[in-house]
Write a protein that binds this ligand. Structure first.
Ligand SMILES: [Zn+2]
Length: 346
């Protein structure tokens, strides 16, 4: 990212590792809609910032205090890389990690250069890198770094219980993972809202019981009709400020609305008080993004190893070669209708 709305290659010095850090070269990377969002100024007017935060890489250098990794090790890199000694992390918040500033544990791109580089820097290597297992695919591994972690975090925040009725707004990669996570968590009904045919097919494969399309009428009416009333939990993984209004219409008293959608600075969340039971409904709003660190990746990897989910199925466009990152990024930005998620093998 050279400047807002201007993306291209830039020359930078190779980063250096502090005592706790590692320098990696990428093995596989995936562009994300949050990279394209940032490139259009969605997180601030960055200049000369390397994009990219989803990667599997090879360690090329480690700092003097790194204990668990050495050059040549292949690793999964959580896209959220907190400094684990931070007091806020010790309070249990690893994504909004530093002085409780929103997204402060998310360092790639928002605070420093990202992973679409010949070499990239990872702080706190022992806390944030996980060894690439031999028994899962590179695609599955790559999707643990953000998409699976974020979608599953939406499920964690929604506190989904056996038999819950759940609505998932959006069946892009994160929404699809929220569907898969809801199914694993034991949801009874999963209403997934979206229109793209291949995403709808994958949503069903991941466990959606019903696909709801805007094209077939008011989505709220369709779901209230099918469910014979409001649902227990709503996950927002796509849409805009208006989705919160719709989510409130869909959520029963004492339910939970869990947002993982990265809203735009221009979005406004606005709803009439009666939808929230005049403030008495006990409906909870939760918001967040993927938790950080190696242990998080380890837990997601276990689900893949157990055969419970194949997040690599999200990756339906493959590019090969470092210089193809630009093409993959542009594809993510333009989102052709059959795209779920592109990736690049370096
Ligand atoms: Zn991402």
């Amino acid at each position: 990212m050279i400047s807002v709305n201007n993306v291209g290659w830039i020359e930078k010095e190779k980063p250096t590792a502090g005592p706790l850090d590692a320098i990696l070269k990428p093995i596989a990377v995936a562009p994300c809609s949050s990279d394209t969002h940032v490139s259009h100024g969605g997180a601030g007017p960055f200049e000369n910032r390397i994009l990219g935060h989803e990667s599997v890489g090879e360690v090329v250098e480690v700092g003097s205090a790194v204990k668990n990794f050495k050059p040549g090790d292949k690793v999964i890199v959580n896209c959220v890389t907190p400094d684990w000694e931070s007091p806020v992390v010790q309070d249990g918040f690893d994504n909004n990690a530093h002085d409780a500033v929103s997204m402060s544990g998310f360092k790639f791109v928002t605070q420093k250069d990202g992973v679409f580089a010949e070499f990239y820097h990872v702080n706190n290597a022992d806390g944030n890198l996980f060894p690439l297992p031999e028994d899962i695919s590179l695609e599955d591994a790559l999707m643990t770094t953000d998409m699976m972690s974020t979608g599953f975090h939406a499920v964690e925040n929604a506190e989904i219980k056996y038999g819950d009725t759940v609505v998932v707004f959006g069946i892009g990669p994160v929404g699809l993972m929220a569907v898969a996570g809801s199914a694993i968590a034991g949801a009874g009904k999963i209403y997934a809202i979206g229109t793209r045919p291949n995403c709808a097919a994958l949503a069903r494969e991941y466990g959606a019981t019903d696909i709801i399309s805007y094209k077939e009428g008011n989505i709220v009416d369709q779901i209230l009709d099918l469910n014979k009333g409001q649902v227990d939990k709503v996950i927002i993984a796509g849409g805009n400020g208006e989705s919160f209004n719709q989510a409130l219409q869909l959520t029963r008293a004492n339910g939970i609305i869990s947002n993982v959608n990265f809203l735009d600075v221009t979005d406004v969340i606005n709803f009439p008080a009666p939808l929230w039971g005049l403030g008495m409904s006990n409906v909870t709003f939760k918001s967040g993004f993927c938790p950080g660190g190696a242990r998080r990746i380890e837990r997601l990897v276990r689900l893949i190893q157990a055969g419970r989910v194949k997040p690599g199925k999200l990756l339906n466009y493959k590019f090969e070669g470092f210089d193809k990152i630009e093409e993959a990024f542009k594809m993510m930005d333009e989102k052709p209708r059959d795209l779920i998620k592109p990736y690049v093998l370096i």
